[in-house]
Design a protein around this ligand. Structure first.
Ligand code: PLP
Length: 391
């Protein structure tokens, strides 16, 4: 039962979880669920990973928090590891994805102001999701989440995703940056054409704009590389990540390189908790475990295995509009809305998500095996086929 003492921002929540291990969660009645959502792309290493539990306890026993007025070794080590991994120059640590994007937005605005642009504008995409703070909500390209929150911020213009011409047309002398997800997650697992990021990079170079990639969902090995931009031969000016970075421990990061890395100066930005020793020690262990466990490679193998088997099981189903993936960001797009599948799958012991109304989104832990994938395909295919039979 949901307590009335919790502000009702998430609607009715039927399940109460008490324990997790690997790819499974257990509810308060002892039922087991295969978690094909990982807390929305968070627990890439699965639940209660022994090495992450150890990292939390050893740092908790040593030093949990000190102010950003002081250095700590975990923060320095994580910053250096992340910069090596991404070839970026420096990092600002936050506690969440939205806050990482807030830092990116502040970098873009100050970059513009420093150049004498008084009303800097950031181009973002229709269908995007960047968070729930006022600036990231304004950046988000989904009108529904903005209703009731006027006045929104100035300085954002939205164009169609995966449409280079509309980006070019919307550039004005006030444009300072393009903020974009390499793959839109909440918007429906929308995978752009192969050269999209490379073309955006060229546009940014030509017009002196910052290319700011929101890898809060696509980062941390989810798509088969440490970060999705590493599938192409480009580098962003600003890179944000969170979610999988802490495997459930709240931490976010805004990385910058080149001209973007020198924009924020002492006094321009800050956070009490951002980059605290506990969060940083855990995130460093997460990144090392993702590498040592070959999670990026497994994401490619298992993602391809999942969509091959879904294609076989669902061949001939008139409900299927498209099945697609990049690593373990997997989508089964139906020809009709299917919110009921979430509850039906849970009743069968499988946790999934439906986004954009008709897109079944799977974001399982990056450690899943073929047996787990078989279970996901079996349960979900049966539910989709019975939805079709219901007409
Ligand atoms: N950006 C993207 C691409 C996301 O998917 C999300 C969360 O779903 C966010 C930003 C916001 O992250 P958080 O919920 O940690 O603030």
């Amino acid at each position: 039962m949901q307590s009335a003492a919790i502000m009702n921002t998430y609607g009715e929540r039927k399940l109460t979880f008490v324990r997790g291990e690997g790819v499974y969660l257990w509810d308060d009645e002892g039922r087991r669920y295969l978690d094909a959502l990982s807390g929305i792309a968070v627990c890439g290493l699965g639940h209660s990973h022994p090495s992450i539990t150890e990292a939390i306890s050893e740092q908790a026993a040593c030093l949990v928090h000190t102010s950003n007025l002081y250095n700590t070794e975990p923060q320095q080590k994580l910053a250096e590891y992340l910069c090596d991994l991404t070839d970026m120059d420096n990092v600002f640590f936050s506690n969440s994805g939205a806050e990482a994007n807030e830092a990116a937005i502040k970098i873009a605005r100050k970059y513009g102001n420093d150049k004498g642009i008084k009303n800097p504008t950031i181009i973002t995409m229709n269908g995007s999701f960047h968070g729930r703070t006022m600036a990231t909500l304004t950046a988000t390209g989904n009108p529904k989440v903005k209703v009731g929150f006027a006045p929104l911020l100035d300085g954002f213009s939205h164009v169609d995703y995966d449409d280079i011409e509309s980006v070019k047309k919307s550039i004005t002398p006030n444009t300072v940056a393009i903020m974009v997800e390499p793959i839109q997650g909440e918007g429906g697992v929308n995978i752009p054409h192969e050269h999209y990021l490379t073309e955006l990079r060229s546009i940014c170079d030509e017009h002196d704009l910052l290319l700011m990639l929101d890898e809060i969902q696509t980062g941390n090995s989810r798509t088969g590389k440490p970060f999705a931009f590493q599938h192409c031969n480009i580098k962003p000016d600003v890179l944000t990540t969170a979610k999988g970075l802490g495997n459930g421990f709240p931490i976010g990061a805004c990385l910058a390189q080149g001209k973007a890395s020198q924009v924020l100066q002492p006094g321009n930005h800050g956070s009490t908790y951002g980059g605290n020793p506990l969060g940083c020690h855990v995130a460093l262990r997460v990144l090392k475990e993702l590498k040592e466990s070959n999670c990026a490679e497994n994401a490619v193998t298992m993602g391809d295995y999942l969509i091959r088997n879904f294609a076989t099981e669902l061949a001939g189903s008139s409900l299927i509009a498209n099945i697609r993936n990049k690593g373990l960001m997997v989508a089964i797009e139906l020809t009709q809305d299917c919110p009921e599948l979430v509850g039906e799958a849970a009743a069968c012991g499988l946790l999934i998500n439906v986004t954009a109304g008709n897109v079944i989104r799977l974001l399982p832990p990056l450690i899943i095996s073929a047996e787990h994938a078989d279970e996901i395909v079996k349960v979900l295919s049966q539910l989709i086929l019975s939805l079709e039979n219901k007409g």
